[in-house]
Design a protein around this ligand. Structure first.
Ligand SMILES: Cc1cc2nc3c(=O)[nH]c(=O)nc-3n(C[C@H](O)[C@H](O)[C@H](O)COP(=O)(O)OP(=O)(O)OC[C@H]3O[C@@H](n4cnc5c(N)ncnc54)[C@H](O)[C@@H]3O)c2cc1C
Ligand code: FES
Length: 277
């Protein structure tokens, strides 16, 4: 299929039923749907999930299966995500996508830094990367122990010889007390990495980016912005000269250097006004 034809079909809303719902944390649920097109998503890509009569929200793809199943993990934060959390298996939702680019799969010693639901695309990526890596270190941050996402899955799925998980909680209830960036400084001072992947709160990613620059490690970061159209038309997701939905959500160190004045500092609200991140 030609790229333009692919984009048109990706952008069509398809209705589908929720096939399963799993509680991952007190505020995050995993929803699995059948959608052949989104089941072709690569790590880093996102879909737009329409909750009938409420709203449509962008969500990173958590996992895909060959039988057309696709999963997302959703944190309850506002009107649309709360309405989704109230849904039951069998209820209808709409889906568009997959949209955006994906992480580049690199080999060697890999560092992954995530916070909150930023762990969603990072876990999807790790599943594809694990066979290529000689060492995979996860640094995962959350406010509290209950909100550290996918810890059990990571512990059971990945080879302990090759994988290390460092958790940080803001209240100190598990792992290192502090933000995900707290253990990063000493880690980067001690160990060499071939690549850093990061997703999470933007101020955290900005700190990870600054450290990656200091230690000269290439980085890819997955950015979040308000999104409406998801196809590069409305401009609500703009960062510098880029539109996050079309040119991202994954950006390289080189691209982030170009938008250094905005990245980690400013975003747009629903009226297009520049506001602090
Ligand atoms: C590329 C991308 C991937 C994302 N992946 C995930 C994910 O895997 N899991 C997850 O739980 N959340 C993810 N989000 C965030 C999610 O889209 C928002 O939490 C959701 O849109 C909030 O909708 P609401 O109506 O419940 O909340 P609202 O009441 O509308 O807002 C609550 C908060 O969510 C933010 N928000 C609202 N609408 C949007 C929007 N259209 N785009 C981005 N942020 C918005 C607002 O700034 C506000 O801080 C992602 C966002 C983007 C852009
Ligand atoms: S969401 Fe419309 S341009 Fe990106």
């Amino acid at each position: 299929m030609k790229l333009s034809a692919y984009r048109i079909t990706a952008n069509k809303v398809r209705t589908t039923r929720i096939l399963s719902i799993k509680t991952e944390s007190p505020t995050v649920k995993i929803f699995t749907l059948k959608d052949k097109q989104c089941a072709k998503a690569e790590p880093g890509q996102f879909l737009m999930l329409w909750i009938p009569r409420i709203d449509e929200v962008p969500l990173s793809v958590l996992d895909v299966r060959e039988n057309g199943m696709v999963s997302v993990a959703v944190k309850k934060v506002g009107e649309a995500t709360s309405a989704l959390h109230d849904k039951r298996v069998g209820e209808i939702v709409g889906v568009r996508g997959p949209f955006g680019n994906s992480f580049a799969l690199k080999e060697g010693r890999i560092l992954m830094v995530s916070g909150g639901t930023g762990t969603v695309p990072i876990l999807f990526l790790a599943k594809q990367l694990v066979s290529k890596t000689s060492r995979l270190v996860f640094v995962i941050g959350a406010k509290t122990r209950d909100e550290l996402l996918f810890m059990n899955e990571m512990k059971t799925r990945f080879d302990k010889e090759k994988t290390r998980i460092i958790a940080a909680t803001e209240d100190g209830s598990y792992g290192v007390k502090g933000l995900a960036t707290t253990p990063l400084k000493s880690l980067l001072a001690k160990e060499k990495f071939n690549m850093i992947y990061t997703c999470g709160p933007e101020q955290m990613m900005r700190e990870v980016f600054d450290l990656a620059e200091k230690y000269e490690v290439p980085l890819e970061a997955s950015l979040e912005r308000l999104m409406r159209c998801a196809i590069g038309l409305c401009g609500s997701c703009v960062v510098g000269k880029y539109r996050v939905c079309r040119d991202g959500p994954v950006f390289t160190s080189q691209q982030l250097r170009e938008v250094k004045q905005e990245f980690g500092h400013f975003k747009r609200d629903f009226d297009g006004k520049r506001i602090r991140v």
